[in-house]
Design a protein. Sequence first.
Length: 647
Amino acid sequence: MCGITGFVDLSARRLSNTELVPTVTRMAEAISHRGPDDQGVWVEAETCVALGFRRLAILDLSPTGHQPMLSADERYVIVYNGEVYNFEELREKLDPLGHPFRGTSDTEVMLAAIVQWGLEEAVRRFNGMFAIALWDRQQKVLHLIRDRLGVKPLYYGWSNGVFLFGSELKALRAHPAFEAEIDRNSLSLFLRHSYIPVPHSIFKNINKLPPGTILSLPIHGGKQDGTLTTYWSAEEVVEQGMRDPFRGTAEQAVDELDGLLRESVRLRMIADVPLGAFLSGGIDSSCIVALMQAQSRLPVKTYTIGFHEGSYNEAEYAKAIAAHLGTDHTELYVTPETAMAVIPRLPAMYNEPFSDPSQIPTFLVSQLARRHVTVSLSGDGGDELFGGYTRYSRANLVRNLICGIPSPVRAAAGEFISRVSFGQNQPFEINNKFYFLAEMLKSGQADGIYLRAMSHWAQPDAVVINGYEPLTLLRSPTSWPLIPDFVQRMMYLDLMTYLPDDVLVKLDRASMHVSLESRVPYLDDHRVVEFAWRLPLDFKVRDRKRKWILRQVLYRYIPKEMVERPKMGFGIPVAAWLRGELREWAESLLDENRLNQEGYFNPAPIRKKWSEHISGKYNWQYYLWDVLMFQAWLEANPQPAPLTVRM
């Protein structure tokens, strides 16, 4: 696991090596937390190309794993963040073909594979997580490649004639040509989703590379256009799964999933440094840890954080599972003061606004694990692949209840509930349920129910001054593949949006901030994803049990009664904190005069929700956390005063 960055300067300037090296070095140093063990740069003055690298040494700790790395024929130069887990298998195929290897790193094997099979074919053979920058010295083309599910991040864009790229925005910002202008349209997207979806970023002219794609940029005549190639498509995987479903018995499906996960976990346990796992006590992480321990001679190191608030605490369940499996378990109970102390670090950690509150416990468990290990396996992805979210059943229930009601009647009923129920002296739990029902009724088309379920601010353009929300996949149902079942459509949309743009962003930034590599066996092995989408929905949701097939795998290693309990999630009591310990901090960031002066938000709807929240009338924690995370990010990254303000 590492950090990569670089640039191609196509401005009129002609730069020497002595000018290129300090600039790309500064860019790499900006992401030194991603790779504290080593750094390297490679520059080519003729084309003004510069590649930078920070290394977190995991495999081949010797100098032969150093990057940037040249291919044996010196045609290609690579910087690469991630792990290709099947590199030993690939090396066995390349050895007889005469490729010389100096060391034992996966990077060297990847270069040999590209030389032998070509870039696109080689990438299709890679099993893992990766963000790659590859400079073709012969063809004068820069290629940027991102893994299939978007486990590893990669930003890119143009600024003043310079093409910039990097693992994190702070690397791009370290280049003197970078201009940081906030994209208000992206800010509207952020208020809806709590994250900024691919391909957008918080800055104008800077994008995120979509998962499963290769961006090829020829350096000819100063042109600023490139070609985007899709080498793996989640949409095609879903459609193929619909066309070719698994036709065996449920028991055969459990056997096959057990084997796939066991192999995925085995590959992800390969490391030349200490390795462990996050263990929350839920189905997903417990299954990963059980498969790790089943293949390990020594106790697996597992890590859990707990909260003293009972409704947020799964530590006791994790402790019991660790004891049953015989892992070397470490737990840390977190006080509100400890958790809140993380908040000032979030703007630097996430580079751009990000407001999933579980970012805090994710960072804390990463920090805990990093005290003892350099690599940790995670259970992320199980919910999206095997139907684990409660919102699937809730949204489906609402849809079934209201889909037969004509749209105008539905909308009128929603408006009526809004007027009648809101304002009554009810506990916020009841008011929020009425609010959710009213919004579902007003959502229009049946598929709009999912959009509303996944939205925070339903009309973000009314909050963001001069913001116009771009059309995204969630708002374009005509572009979705033909998936007859509503629950499976929700799972598909999560796979395409929430998973790469929220879940995996949260995991990557939190773990890499403390120089911890986090591996995700459910996701960075595409064979698991492809198999999951061949399974009938009945194998995932059965007898009101979500993740049915994953539970059957887990029951082979852990007694059923140890894991049969309601899903709790991985959250923190933000609602209570905003009314208590965080109230002064929040009030400062949400001050009406401050909002007016900064010129990004219309204060009225924000102040209304703030007033209703602190009174206890409603729980607007997610809406407010969105605004607060942008405000905290803006405070840490001050921008020039806006030129125009719409009032």
